[in-house]
Write a protein that binds this ligand. Structure first.
Ligand code: BES
Ligand code: MN
Ligand code: MN
Length: 457
């Protein structure tokens, strides 16, 4: 493999300008107002893939936001790698907490600040540029396909069908994904596990209108008070989830695996300092990294109801609501957990209120073995660019489509993430260090090379 560094050096300003153009498009999948921006972002990427040398590139329509598909088939008898990524981003709110506006990318302290800088425009774009390099130098060692979606942040509602309808077009030997993290800039990692997700919304309704809190307070159920109590009861004093059956399908991971995990560098003091918290809080009996990766959880993601404007308005709200995510581990099933939750939540409601539970979306967890060609190729790729082997880690987040790929296409994914914990994905001031962006571009072609070599043998 030819050294990519001179190519990166000669083109780095253009790479960044192009990424910035993409980051300026507010492709917020959850917001219908941005529907046209989704098409704009997809078209932009399609054109970049064509410029890079794709033989075919299309913006494919789906029931929801479009999927970008592209490919370069150099020889059908060679292995085929499929790159998955997403061009949609999370809503940027609260805007006032951003130092510079979320869709006006800026470099500060060696980092790119913008919504999507890491998750996942920055990481996805590394693949486009690595592909461009291999094409420019005639080094592409295998066939490559790209499938880049615009609905990941809303649970990939259309991608399952897209895969089922296009099995032949998506046929490949491995799926390569950069949408996770690494331990530290000098400690590369392969993500070998993801948590599943069950996301629900609950609504508690009391009286048929907001009521004067002096006339009625204390006499009628206040949905906000009731909701707070119900939510508080969902975890116990050990921070175990109290939903009956919640843990039934959880497979306890072995002592050996836990010991192995504990070897990954982690400093609790740095962790607390980074988040400005005096202490951590989580399930009794598990370490912080374990709580955030191998254990199932339940968390309120948003809660509202009543008057939240300026000053005081003395009312009992008629309704109160919350959005709740449950992160799941291998063997737990998203829909089953949602059903258990719904049944339990209704059962704990006092008669004085009505309760509605809506399942919003979900996905299954994923675990990847490390004794595969894909893992080996990734390991060799990191060794070539970082000078050291990666550490396998389990991510706490979810990418629902990864489990579906396995189910529908029968293909495993290999997750080479280059994001850092400090990138603040989903938060204000999301950022992506230039080092990680360029290191990613440097590492990817090595993966192609080793995967092609190991597969041919
Ligand atoms: N890229 C993240 C998932 C991730 C990040 C996994 C870091 C592991 C390490 C992805 O974009 C994401 O945010 N997924 C959502 C899933 C959802 C909205 C269905 C999540 O985890 O909340
Ligand atoms: Mn992502
Ligand atoms: Mn995300």
């Amino acid at each position: 493999m030819k050294n990519i560094l001179p190519y990166i050096e000669a083109n780095k300003d253009r790479f960044l300008q192009e990424l910035f153009d993409l980051l300026r498009i507010p492709s917020i999948s959850a917001n219908p107002v941005n529907k046209e921006d989704m098409v704009k972002a997809a078209t932009f990427i399609k054109n970049k893939l064509l410029d890079a040398g794709a033989g075919r590139a299309e913006v494919c329509t789906t029931k929801g936001h479009p999927v970008v598909f592209a490919e370069k088939i150099i020889d059908p008898s060679l292995p085929t790698l499929l790159v998955y990524g997403h061009y949609d981003v999370q809503p940027p709110e609260p805007l006032e907490l951003w130092t510079t506006p979320p869709f006006e990318p800026q470099i500060r302290d060696g980092k790119i600040f913008a919504r999507g800088a890491d998750d996942d425009k920055g990481q996805m774009f590394m693949h486009v540029k690595a592909f461009e390099f291999m094409m420019a130098d005639g080094l592409l060692p295998c066939n490559v396909k790209f499938m880049l979606e615009g609905e990941e942040e809303m649970g990939s509602p259309s991608l399952g069908d897209f895969c089922k309808e296009n099995k032949e077009m998506l046929k490949c030997d491995i799926i390569l994904v950069s949408d996770t993290g690494m331990i530290a800039p000098d400690i590369p990692s392969v993500t070998v596990g993801l948590r599943g997700l069950s996301f629900v919304e609950v609504e508690v309704t009391g009286p048929n209108r907001d009521l004067h809190s002096g006339h009625y307070g204390g006499a009628v159920a206040n949905p906000a008070n009731v909701l707070a109590k119900m939510i508080a009861s969902l975890t116990d004093e050990n921070n175990h989830v109290t939903v009956p059956g919640f843990y039934d399908d959880v497979v306890e991971i072995s002592k050996e695996e836990r010991n192995e995990m504990a070897k990954a560098p982690f400093n609790i003091e740095d962790y607390k300092k980074e988040l400005d918290i005096a202490d951590v809080l989580g399930e009794t009996g598990y370490s912080t990294p374990e709580r955030a990766s191998i254990r199932p959880t339940l968390d309120v993601n948003g809660i509202w109801g009543g008057y939240i404007g300026e000053g005081a308005k003395t009312v009992l709200p008629s309704k109160a609501s919350a959005k709740i995510s449950m992160r799941l581990v291998p063997n737990q099933k998203s829909e089953k957990i949602a059903a258990l939750f719904g049944k339990h939540f209704l059962s704990i409601a006092p008669k004085s209120v009505k309760v509605k539970v809506t399942y919003l979306h979900g996905g299954e967890s994923f675990v990847a073995p490390t004794d595969t060609i894909g893992y080996k190729a990734a390991s060799m790729a990191y060794e070539a660019s970082f000078g050291k082997k990666p550490i396998p880690i389990r991510g706490g987040g979810s990418i629902p489509i990864i489990a579906l790929f396995e189910e529908v296409l029968g293909v495993k994914s290999i997750m080479m993430g280059f994001g850092l914990e400090s990138d603040a994905i989903h938060s204000p001031n999301e950022n992506y260090p230039l080092f990680n962006f360029f290191k990613g571009i440097e590492t990817i072609p090595w993966f192609y090379k080793y995967f092609a070599e190991l597969t041919k043998r």
